[in-house]
Design a protein around this ligand. Structure first.
Ligand code: PSU
Ligand code: MN
Length: 311
């Protein structure tokens, strides 16, 4: 058995692997289930271009026709953005999708798994899954958190959304030994807004400092990921009180309609977008792009550390 028989690299990523250039992983659930067409595809392309402009190579990850794709072509991205039967793929879904040669859009958890298989250490997205509100009854805890506990990939995001129980999410990450770094902030960003009532574990100021932390963690064999929480730019942030009200409404509707399991997060994201008249989508796009800048810088510095080591 050869793991590589399951994986296909884009030309650009293949070359970057050969030359040791920094590579940044990107997820695809955000494309298929997180944003509507055509904004999803446009954003995905712009995010890739930001990463290129920073001297790194983007690797958008998805499962297409039973292969793990590391880096997507324009056509593949377009397909993923429009198709309606793509499976939201987290850890548990990967084997079925591969074996049945279906298509899957990878969540944070699944993207981390695929990134690690492809030796990619830095991954940029919008928000991670977490412990849902009322999880003490529903047991709805995103597989993203368990993945952060065991898979060696840094996830650059804009923190956790308040559709989640942010406090319980932080407790879970603490139990699992996952460092949560605030990029230029002491307060944990909460996606649409720059702060939350919760503190990050450590504030970092530069990509160098962040890359050094990743290196120390993995040099010691301390398995698992790192969350780099980067606040949404001030000019794109939404009003906290208004967002809390809207999120409460979305949560109530989800409960009334009995939405559970893997449908919960996409349902809530969709409702929030509807209730904000699309303002949440604009904010979401802005924060992902902002994360791409930081993530690419971190990846470039981390790749430099790896190069120094190999001399
Ligand atoms: N949060 C967002 N946008 C997203 C997601 C989460 O703000 O698109 C997606 C990510 O792919 C994440 C997944 O990994 O939802 C989590 O789903 P679940 O809660 O079912 O694990
Ligand atoms: Mn869930």
């Amino acid at each position: 058995m050869n793991i590589n028989s399951y994986i296909e690299y884009s030309q650009e990523v293949r070359e970057a692997r050969k030359t040791g250039k920094a590579i940044v992983a990107l997820e695809s659930t955000i494309i298929s289930h997180g944003m509507p067409y055509p904004q999803n595809v446009k954003t995905a392309r712009e995010v890739e271009d930001i990463i290129r402009s920073k001297g790194a190579v983007p690797a958008t990850i998805a499962i297409l026709n039973g292969k793990i794709k590391i880096g997507l072509s324009h056509e593949e991205l377009e397909y993923l953005g429009q198709a309606t039967d793509v499976i939201k793929a987290s850890r548990r879904d990967i084997p079925y999708i591969l074996a049945s040669k279906k298509d899957g859009a990878t969540t944070v958890a699944a993207t981390m798994i695929c990134a690690e298989l492809a030796d990619i250490s830095v991954f940029v997205t919008g928000g991670i899954g977490g412990v849902h509100r009322n999880a003490e009854v529903t047991m709805d805890v995103s597989a993203d958190l368990e993945e952060l506990a065991v898979t060696n990939v840094a996830v650059v995001c804009a923190g956790a959304k308040s559709i989640l129980d942010i406090g319980l999410t932080m407790e879970y990450l603490e139990t699992k030994g996952v460092p949560v770094l605030g990029y230029g902030t002491e307060s944990l960003p909460s996606f649409y807004t720059r702060s939350s009532p919760f503190s990050v574990n450590y504030k970092v100021e530069t990509p160098e400092e962040t890359a050094d932390i990743l290196k120390a963690k993995w040099d010691l064999g301390l398995k698992g990921g790192v969350v780099v929480a980067n606040p949404i730019p001030a000019e794109d942030a939404l009003d906290e009180n208004e967002m809390n009200r809207i999120i409460e409404r979305a949560l109530n509707e989800a409960e009334e309609q009995g939405i559970a399991g893997k449908e919960a997060t996409p349902f809530l994201l969709g409702k929030v977008k509807e209730l904000t008249d699309g303002k949440s989508l604009t904010a979401n796009i802005a924060l992902v792009k902002n994360n791409a800048h930081i993530g690419a810088d971190i990846a470039v510095h981390y790749a430099k550390l790896a190069k120094v080591e190999s001399f």
